[in-house]
Design a protein around this ligand. Structure first.
Ligand SMILES: [Mn+2]
Length: 404
C-alpha cells in the first residue's frame, strides 16, 4: 500500500527569541503560524500521518496562553493522526503537557520515554516506532528500530489501543521517529541521543524521521531511493529562529509504497524568514536612492511578502559623505520591516587631508592611517576602515548606530 506523510521537527513553539529585540513578538507568532500552516497543508495534501521528531515546544519558555492555542490547533478536526517523539527542549516528564494535556486530544500520540512503542495502522499497512527523551541529555542510544518495541498499540481512527505484543507482526511500511544526533560511522557517543549510521543501516526501517539538527538534510536524488537501506532525514526547523537559520525552510513530504521509498520532497514552511542582503553603494547616492536599491533587493528575494521578513543588510563600497545609518535604517523599516544594518563602508572623505588637521579629528585619522600602513591582516584592516568611518561619523555629530 502507498502512503504519504509529513515529517517536521524543531519547531520550538513558545520560544521567546529575545535576541530579536523588537521583532521578537512577530517571530514568536510566526512559529505558531508556521505550524498552523503545516497542519492545513498536510490536510490539503491528504497525508496519512503527521510526524514531529522532537523539540516541538520550547518547554522552559512557553506560556499557558500559547500552550492553549497549540492544543486548540491540535484538537481541530482533521483526518490524519499526529505522532510526536519529544526531544531535549521538550523532554517527556510526568509534569509535562505531553503527559497531562495531550492524552486528552484525539488523534494525537506522544511516545513515552521509558520504552520503545510500536504503533500499528492496519488500514495504512504501516507501523511506526518511537521513543521520547526523558531529560535534557540522552547519552545512550535510543534507536526505535524494528523489533525493539516493548509495547504495541493499534490506531482505531481516534485512539491508540494496547494490543498483545507479537514478534515480527509489524506491518509492511516501517517508520522510526526519534530526536537525536546522526553520526557517521558506528560509535554511539554524544549527549543528545547518538545515532550512528551503521546502526541505522541495520534498523530494518524504511525511513527514520529525525529531529535536533536545525539544518535540513539534503534531499536524496530520485535514483538513490531504494528499499535496501534506511533513509534517515532531518527536515530542519520549519521556521527560522535566528539569522543562523536564514532563508527558506521546509517540512518533508515522504511517500512510501510497500516498504519502498517513492519520493521525498520539500514543503516550504517559514511564514517569516531571516534574509541577508549585501548592498554595494557609491559615494554619490542619496538616502532615498539607497533605500530604493535595498527595497528592490528585498523584493527580488520574495516579491509577494518581502515585508514579513527580517533583514541583515551589509552596506559595502564607498560611503556617501552625508549618510546616516540611523536615518537609513528608519527609512528601510517603514518599507520592508525589520532591518539591521552592518556598516562595512569605507569613508569617502579625503582622509589624507583630514589627517593634516591639528585637531582631535586629525589626530584620530592620523592614528588609524598609521595602523593601516603597518597591518596586513585583511580582517583587521576592515575593522580599522570601519572604525575610521564610524569615528568620522561621530565627529560629524551623528549617533553611532546599529551594529548587529
Ligand atoms: Mn534538540
Amino acid at each position: 500500500m502507498s502512503i504519504k506523510f509529513l515529517h517536521t521537527a524543531d519547531l520550538h513553539l513558545g520560544s521567546r527569541m529575545r535576541s530579536l529585540g523588537q521583532a521578537a513578538p512577530d517571530f514568536q507568532e510566526a512559529l505558531i503560524q508556521s505550524f498552523d500552516n503545516l497542519l492545513l497543508e498536510a490536510a490539503a495534501l491528504g497525508v496519512d500521518f503527521f510526524l514531529i521528531a522532537g523539540d516541538f515546544l520550547e518547554m522552559a519558555e512557553i506560556e499557558d496562553r500559547e500552550l492553549n492555542r497549540i492544543c486548540d490547533l491540535l484538537a481541530r478536526e482533521r483526518s490524519f493522526p499526529l505522532l510526536l517523539a519529544a526531544g531535549n527542549h521538550d523532554y517527556y516528564s510526568p509534569a509535562s503537557p505531553y503527559a497531562t494535556v495531550f492524552p486528552e486530544i484525539p488523534r494525537v500520540y506522544v511516545f513515552p520515554a521509558e520504552k520503545i512503542v510500536r504503533l500499528d495502522f492496519p488500514d495504512r499497512d504501516t507501523s511506526v516506532w518511537g521513543i521520547s527523551f526523558s531529560s535534557l541529555y540522552q547519552e545512550t542510544m535510543l534507536l526505535p528500530d524494528v523489533g525493539s518495541e516493548a509495547t504495541v498499540l493499534v490506531y482505531d481512527g481516534i485512539d491508540f489501543v494496547e494490543q498483545e505484543l507479537e514478534p515480527d507482526s509489524a506491518l509492511t511500511n516501517k517508520i522510526g521517529l526519534v530526536h537525536g544526533e546522526y553520526l557517521a560511522g558506528s560509535k554511539a557517543e554524544g549527549s543528545y541521543n547518538p545515532l550512528p549510521a551503521q546502526q541505522i543501516k541495520q534498523s530494518r526501517l524504511d525511513y527514520l524521521a529525525m529531529g535536533h539538527i536545525h539544518k535540513a538534510s539534503e534531499l536524496p536524488a530520485a535514483d538513490h531511493l531504494d528499499r535496501r537501506t534506511t533513509l534517515a532525514m532531518y527536515p530542519g526547523s520549519p521556521q527560522g529562529l535566528s539569522f543562523n537559520e536564514s532563508g527558506p525552510r521546509h517540512a518533508l513530504i515522504v511517500e512510501l509504497d510497500n516498504s519502498e521509498l517513492k519520493s521525498v520532497s520539500a514543503l516550504p514552511s517559514a511564514s517569516r524568514m531571516f534574509l541577508e542582503i549585501c548592498s554595494e553603494l557609491d559615494s554619490t547616492q542619496a538616502d532615498q536612492e539607497i533605500i530604493e536599491q535595498i527595497v528592490a533587493q528585498a523584493q527580488a528575494l520574495d516579491p509577494t511578502s518581502y515585508k514579513r521578513h527580517s533583514y541583515k543588510i551589509r552596506l559595502r563600497g564607498e560611503a556617501p559623505p552625508a549618510l546616516s545609518a540611523a536615518r537609513l535604517a528608519a527609512g528601510l523599516r517603514e518599507q520592508i520591516g525589520y532591518v539591521s544594518l552592518l556598516d562595512e563602508l569605507h569613508p569617502a572623505e579625503n582622509v589624507e587631508e583630514l589627517g593634516e588637521e591639528q585637531t582631535l579629528r586629525g589626530l584620530f585619522v592620523r592614528k588609524i592611517l598609521q595602523d593601516l600602513t603597518t597591518l596586513d591582516m585583511e580582517a583587521e584592516r576592515d575593522d580599522l576602515q570601519q572604525a575610521l568611518r564610524l569615528g568620522l561619523s561621530a565627529f560629524r555629530g551623528e549617533t553611532l548606530h546599529d551594529v548587529y
